[in-house]
Design a protein around this ligand. Structure first.
Ligand code: F6P
Length: 319
């Protein structure tokens, strides 16, 4: 293994830069040449590769976004697109790749491995929707961003005695809603894994109001429905004045937390080690504070499970 390529793909997440830095610096430390690929798989297809050196990744550990930029590539899904990418990798003499992204990006990594380019996936997504790993890079930062927003909304919720719905990201996975809801002291958390129980949400609001509770915070994961419509329905059913906030892409930016920087640094360095051990078609994960790797297909075949303990605890603590 002499030349390693690195790209970021799919939705960006805070900490991707720290992972790129770890790949570049640990690769160079081990005597490799490292090529940065711009704009994910699209950039790979179009030959947007540049050699990186120690200073290419200076001053980025604390920055959100991804210095390599990213894309959700349609072309790489096609056989033709992948063949173009393979030709580019051959032209630039790239022996192995590190792909930082979520499940879609990992499917691409698997395809690259099948084409003979040993490829390692590093989980970079705010969603934390990959079952094989305890945490993905960016999740902790996104949760902290949401908790900060919840605390601010709590102030105004209390002042006005309103119900406030806060819609967070997570189409299929409610982890952001769940963790931020527990940390933010929310009354109800509505996530795709459980669905919406309108009666229960309203019952809780009325119970809270009857015991003199001034604020009411409902965290809604985007996959279940829209906050504005839900707010209107709650207002009709409970008679409580309701406001909705959609946090949107705010959750994807910002300086990564120390947790995400450390996770990204460890995972990026592990990816390089795996390539140097001639391993490919693997993803890096973390369980019980230890990084490990496993087969991409196996990792993607695991169905994301609900953290039932956290869900139940939030319910108990918000009685
Ligand atoms: O997968 C990360 C994520 O932020 C999801 O939580 C969200 O549903 C989606 O990306 C939004 O994607 P885009 O930025 O392409 O609109």
């Amino acid at each position: 293994m002499q030349t390693i390529g690195v790209l970021t793909s799919g939705g960006d997440s805070p900490g991707m830069n720290a992972a790129i830095r770890a790949v570049v610096r640990s690769g160079i430390f081990k005597g490799c040449r490292v090529m940065g690929v711009k704009r994910g798989y699209d950039g790979l297809i179009n030959g947007q590769l540049e050699e990186m050196n120690l200073s290419s990744v200076a001053d980025i550990i604390h920055r959100g976004g991804t210095m390599l930029r990213t894309a959700r590539s349609e072309e790489f899904i096609t056989e033709e697109g992948r063949q173009k990418a393979l030709n580019v990798l051959k032209v630039f003499n790239v022996d192995g790749m590190v792909v930082i992204g979520g499940d879609g990006s990992f499917r691409g990594a698997q395809k690259l491995s099948e084409l003979g380019i040993p490829t390692i996936g590093v989980p970079g997504t705010i969603d934390n929707d990959l079952e094989y790993t305890d945490y993905t890079i960016g999740f902790d930062t996104a949760v902290n961003t949401v908790v900060d927003a919840i605390s601010k909304i709590r102030d105004t919720s209390t002042s006005h005695g309103r119900a406030n719905i806060i819609e967070v990201m997570g189409r299929h996975c409610g982890d952001i809603a769940l963790y931020a809801g527990l940390a933010g002291g929310a009354e109800s958390i509505i996530i795709p894994e459980v669905g919406l129980d309108m009666e229960q949400v309203c019952r809780k609001l009325i119970k809270g109001r009857n015991r003199g509770k001034l604020h009411s915070l409902i965290i809604l994961a985007e996959g279940v429905g829209g906050a504005i419509e839900l707010g209107k329905e709650i207002e009709e059913k409970t008679g409580m004045e309701t406001r909705a906030t959609i946090l949107g892409h705010l959750q994807r930016g910002g300086s990564p937390t120390a947790f995400d920087r450390i996770l990204a640094s460890k995972m990026g360095a592990t990816a390089v080690e795996l390539l140097l051990e001639n391993k490919g078609n693997q993803v890096v994960g973390v369980k019980g504070n230890k990084t490990f790797s496993m087969d991409i297909e196996e990792a993607l075949s695991l169905k994301k499970q609900l953290h039932e303990d956290i869900y139940k605890l939030t319910d108990i603590l918000s009685i």
